[in-house]
Ligand binder design. Structure first.
Ligand SMILES: *[C@@H]1O[C@H](CO)[C@@H](O)[C@H](O)[C@H]1NC(C)=O
Ligand SMILES: *[C@@H]1O[C@H](CO)[C@@H](O)[C@H](O)[C@H]1NC(C)=O
Ligand SMILES: *[C@@H]1O[C@H](CO)[C@@H](O)[C@H](O)[C@H]1NC(C)=O
Length: 818
């Protein structure tokens, strides 16, 4: 197959008359008019090489481009991919007025030709650039894209190289897209293609023949939705260009051209981003897509959402239900979901869904400059507009509207985006009323604090004059010293025991102020709780606690040994709890594992009994009002003891509930009726107890609980799993073993019964103790109160839509005594 005279002569005929024979030989390394099989040319920087090759297990000859400097032959482009030369010697030639052809050497028959450009050149030459781009241009022309008659970057095979413009060129009408090889031995276009599709808003679409396999997009100014890992970084920059005069394309540019990177659509339909690693002398796959089932196009149907961690993976979006519920259960998700409340068009609003891959934008409309509010207004104008979002999160502008059903949504915990989906007004009312009520109550609470502070100042002034006179309506407050029946400690004793309140003795900070450890002369260990003079929550709570707890005796309540009152110093002296508070062990990753199930169950039972005593068995009937993990102390045998009665209230024998103007408690543990309406009853404590049970089983805090799949809090999470009969998944992994399982599931069930929305539905503590202790049937748990912590932002009309005010609307804790 060596070059013959005849070939050389032919070349001379084909090339332009200006061509001088002296420059035709090896002096030109990257610019040629002809290349025979067996010859290659190398780009000027030595990165790429052009020549004839045969794939691994094939004898067919192709013209292609591969990396020059690496030992693994890696073909990045093939000219005659559909028409190989079999048993004939070939030649690549430049022809007038600007055409690149692959010919059979002997016959001159063309097996492949580049597309004819509308322009022509005097002296067309082909040149292999260091980017891997093979260009055809006039010999004298500069190396600029406008001067190219043709370039291989416009016609990639299966590989995207940095610098390539992937997509549409409106000037030439050419689309650059990837088509995978048929097999590793056959470069002919196979089943898989990857296009930048322009229907609606541009998106990257992977197809197998005509069928959509996966989709990424739309572009949000930083990355393609669903492809967050591909974004600008120190190695390369990304550009997405949309210009009706130029084209629509996506481009990656390397900062350091010596880095070898490519994106190849392999014959199995995976788009792989590869980097050459010099040390291992291998191509390493950095990203491979589709990556999992949830990448499968529209796996969960319309309004379905795919959670990769779930089994089964598909769920309906919140406020949607399966269209075909029987099929859905059998994991046939194709029919998707429908709104549980139909749209009425008039008066509809939007609900924000966060952390998702945006749905297919094939039926969409966009505007680059509109603000989010205008976007909502625009969407409301058309009854078939189903959702909107901000187009460019980097500039914070632009509007994208979806028409028709929303498909191909998946949950993305880290880099998901927000979308606002159209919803019937009744769905909005539900949450906005709730929100308003909570806002009102939080306002009331703020006022409450101010009033409290004022009254406290007045109160202190008053007590300075007359220390025996004190009053506050409604509160359990028979606070006369002589009724305390409580040993009084001398300050000197306390100072000695606590080593003058030395910092080494400090145990922590309570709702009142600091707590110190002390050792009495007899060797008895004590905990001394001081009333901080800066605390707004002060004397009342102190006295309240003294009175409450002094009269209570139960093995699951922390024992008050006495108090110490000296001028302005108020102190409570308790038995010392060597294992500190439950939260410190439970929520600490290093120690949480130490708490095995028998211990946890013991703790749950202990708290239940302590609470039962408070509610029913004690002389006073007491509502604790601030039950939480940090108020459960553990003695040396891990017996739980309820502490901190600063907010507790006693209530009369036949009183069942009371109302307060001051909502005091801790967010995450407070029941809805207490937070919203200030109504508290024993059932508010039951609610807190339920939260505590779920926290003990899961090892997670209700407040601040986060899950990659949803924005439910721990209660919502537990309830969702409970409904799917997957309760055991709520439990910490270490607890899920067969001996415990029944008890674990039962405890979760009891916990869920305690946190039901409606106080009447919640069991009393006596039932709870019974339920935990036996194995009888339990009633079905209904929806818990406050089961979404981070509510989607809601607006009834678009003018109140505001993406920035979605956080922290539910911070209603007035006082947060730890
Ligand atoms: C690649 O590694 C070899 C040794 O393994 C070294 O000689 C060469 O300089 C390296 N090349 C680059 C570009 O780092
Ligand atoms: C986009 O929205 C802006 C502001 O509402 C408007 O002025 C402009 O005409 C719109 N552009 C298109 C193409 O609709
Ligand atoms: C609503 O939008 C759809 C899709 O863009 C369009 O076909 C229809 O004409 C629009 N209707 C109105 C009333 O604008």
């Amino acid at each position: 197959m060596g070059a013959t005279w005849k070939d050389f002569f032919l070349v001379l005929i084909l090339i332009s008359p200006n061509f001088s024979a002296s420059s035709s030989s090896t002096e030109i390394i990257n610019s040629i008019q002809s290349l025979k099989d067996g010859e290659t040319i190398v780009s000027s920087g030595g990165m790429f090489e052009l020549g004839f090759f045969s794939p691994a297990n094939s004898k067919n000859r192709y013209v292609g481009i591969w990396y020059h400097g690496i030992p693994v032959q890696t073909i990045v482009w093939v000219a005659n991919r559909e028409s190989p030369l079999t048993n004939q010697a070939g030649v690549l030639k430049v022809m007038q007025p600007g055409l690149l052809v692959v010919l059979v050497n002997d016959t001159g028959e063309a097996v492949w030709s580049s597309k004819r450009s509308s322009r022509s050149a005097h002296t067309p030459v082909t040149q292999l650039l260091d980017s891997g781009n093979l260009v055809l241009k006039d010999a004298e022309a500069d190396d600029r894209e406008e001067n190219y008659l043709w370039q291989s970057f416009d016609h990639p095979s299966d590989t995207y190289l940095p610098g390539m413009k992937f997509g549409w060129n409106f000037v030439t009408g050419v689309e650059a897209y990837l088509a995978a090889w048929k097999t590793d031995d056959d470069p002919a276009p196979g089943d898989f293609t990857n296009h930048l599709e322009l229907e609606g808003y541009p998106q990257l679409v992977l197809r197998r023949n005509a069928t959509k396999v996966a989709r990424y997009g739309p572009w949000n100014g930083i990355f393609f939705s669903g492809l967050p890992a591909v974004r600008g970084n120190p190695v390369y920059s990304l550009h997405f260009v949309m210009d009706k005069n130029i084209g629509v394309y996506y481009q990656e540019n390397l900062y350091d051209m010596s880095v070898l990177r490519r994106l190849t659509l392999n014959s199995s339909g995976f788009g792989e981003r590869l980097t050459w690693v010099n040390r291992t002398q291998k191509w390493e796959v950095r990203i491979s897509r589709p990556s999992d089932n949830c990448d499968s196009y529209s796996l969960c149907g319309a309004y379905g959402i795919c959670y990769i961690e779930n089994i089964p993976a598909c769920d309906c979006l919140d406020r949607f239900v399966p269209k075909d519920s029987e099929g859905w259960i059998k994991t046939d998700w194709s029919s998707g979901c429908i709104r549980r409340t139909n749209l009425s068009c008039q008066g509809d609003g939007f609900i924000k869904y966060s952390r998702i891959k945006l749905p297919d934008a094939q039926n969409s409309w966009f505007n680059d400059t509109m603000r989010l509010k205008e976007c909502a207004v625009e969407c409301l104008k058309n009854c078939s507009c189903m959702a909107y979002t901000q187009l460019n999160i980097s500039s914070g502008s632009g509007c994208l509207l979806w028409f028709g059903e929303l498909v191909d949504i998946r949950s993305l915990s880290a880099d998901g985006l927000d979308i606002y989906i159209r919803m019937a007004s009744s769905e909005l009312l539900d949450s906005s009323v709730k929100k308003r009520r909570i806002l009102i109550s939080s306002l009331a609470s703020v006022m409450g604090i101010i009033l409290l502070a004022l009254s406290l100042i007045l109160y202190i002034r008053k007590t300075n004059k007359d220390s025996t006179k004190a009053e506050e309506g409604g509160k359990y407050n028979e606070n006369k010293h002589k009724e305390l029946e409580l040993p009084l400690f001398k300050l000197a004793t306390i100072l000695k025991a606590t080593n003058c309140f030395s910092i080494e003795n400090k145990l922590g900070e309570g709702g009142f102020g600091p707590v110190y450890k002390g050792i009495l002369e007899g060797g008895e260990e004590i905990a001394v709780k001081c009333l901080s003079r800066t605390s707004t929550q002060g004397i009342d709570e102190f006295k309240n606690e003294v009175i409450c707890i002094a009269k209570l005796q139960h093995r699951n309540l922390v024992r008050l040994l006495g108090c110490c009152i000296q001028k302005d110093e108020y102190m409570l002296i308790y038995e010392y709890m060597p294992n500190k508070s439950l939260d410190l062990i439970l929520f600490d990753e290093t120690t949480g594992d130490l708490l095995d199930w028998p211990h946890r169950f013991h703790i749950i039972n202990g708290i239940a009994r302590g609470l039962l005593y408070l509610h029913q068995d004690s002389r006073l009937r007491i509502i604790h009002r601030d039950l939480k993990a940090s108020n459960i102390l553990l003695d040396s045998d891990m017996n739980p003891k309820i502490s901190d009665f600063g907010t507790a209230r006693s209530f009369g024998g036949n009183e069942t509930e009371a109302q307060t103007h001051r909502v005091v408690g801790t967010y995450g543990y407070m029941s809805p009726e207490y937070v919203v309406d200030g109504i508290f009853s024993v059932k508010s404590d039951v609610f807190s107890f339920g939260v505590l049970v779920l926290e003990i089983v899961s090892g997670k805090r209700n407040r601040g609980f986060s899950h990659s799949d949803h924005h439910l809090n721990l209660l919502g999470h537990a309830w969702t799993l409970y409904k799917e009969e997957r309760s055991h998944e709520v439990a910490e992994a270490s607890l899920r073993n067969p001996q415990n399982l029944a008890q674990v599931i039962r405890s979760i069930h009891v916990g869920l019964l305690c946190v039901q929305q409606n106080p009447e539905d919640r069991p009393s503590m006596s039932s709870v103790v019974l339920m935990l202790g036996n194995e009888g049937m339990l009633p079905e748990a209904k929806q818990p109160g406050f089961f979404t912590e981070r509510q989607p932002i809601v607006s009834q009309n678009s003018t109140t839509t505001n993406a920035t005010n979605s956080s922290n609307q539910f911070t209603i804790t007035v006082l947060d005594p730890r």
